[in-house]
Design a protein around this ligand. Structure first.
Ligand code: ADP
Ligand code: AMP
Length: 222
């Protein structure tokens, strides 16, 4: 049995899940679990799961529940999970949500809160197309909305190498938005039915969204 909070960030690609999850790590000492990051690491490492996921990710579709759950379950056995977690990009299907419930129940836990970041699809194409990250520490940036204080140098770690994701192009983003609406958006009603859903307007600047999210998370993870 653990009282550690389990938070879920829901929202389409570009909604700000990763950006806000990293801030919640700083503000509340929680651990970010991004299945997208885990899958990209598996692709880069050339594991069996990574080889199977690669073309699916490039096409902007969802990787099978089987692969995603195997990767996530493995990560959830690590001791730092006791600090509480922020799930970023998971669950994305009914099957993943049910599997998460079962996984948590086995440990006497349940989802503490699911926060839906509400945004306009069209704005997400611009957000995702302008995204880049520090190659050393993974800090996220944007060509227009979040530039490093000193051009070419990461604010967090001083790194000077940045990278862009292969799937962050306008065409693939539209596929990912379709997958979101068909397979993931229904989870908003699922968590609403469980009485753990909060919705926030995530169209405003990063600092405003951070404030709105902090006031929700502060009630369950202070
Ligand atoms: P997600 O994890 O939901 O796909 P990210 O957190 O990676 O989204 O954000 C996508 C891009 O948009 C990043 O380049 C990030 O810097 C930028 N971004 C995040 N939140 C906002 C916001 N509220 N306003 C403007 N740009 C944002
Ligand atoms: P993200 O980093 O969350 O934008 O995810 C990038 C890509 O990884 C997605 O377009 C999917 O192909 C895959 N992916 C990440 N998380 C999941 C998940 N929970 N279920 C299925 N596919 C996922």
């Amino acid at each position: 049995m653990s009282n550690a909070p389990v938070l879920i960030l829901l929202g389409p690609p570009g909604a700000g899940k990763g950006t806000q999850a990293r801030m919640l790590e700083e503000d509340f000492g929680l651990v970010q679990l991004s299945t997208g990051d885990m899958l990209r690491a598996a692709v880069a490492a050339g594991t069996e799961a990574g080889r199977r996921a690669k073309s699916v990710m490039e096409a902007g579709q969802l990787v099978s529940d089987e692969i995603v759950l195997a990767i996530l379950k493995d990560r959830m056995t690590q001791p730092d999970m006791a600090r509480g977690i922020i799930l970023d990009g998971f669950p994305r299907t009914d099957g993943q949500a049910a599997a998460l419930d079962a996984l948590l129940a086995a440990n006497g836990q349940k989802v503490t809160a699911a926060v839906s970041l509400e945004v306009d699809d069209e704005a997400m194409v611009g957000r995702v197309s302008g995204r880049f990250t520090c190659g050393s520490c993974g800090e996220g940036y944007h060509d227009e909305f979040k530039q490093p204080a000193q051009a070419g140098t990461c604010d967090k770690c001083g790194g000077t190498a940045f990278k862009r994701r292969a799937d962050d192009n306008a065409e693939t983003v539209r596929e990912r938005l379709k997958a979101y609406h068909a397979q993931t958006a229904p989870l908003i009603a699922y968590y609403e039915g469980k009485g753990v859903l909060a919705r926030i307007d995530a169209m405003g600047p990063i600092a405003e969204v951070r404030q709105a999210l902090s006031s929700i998370v502060g009630q369950v993870a202070a």
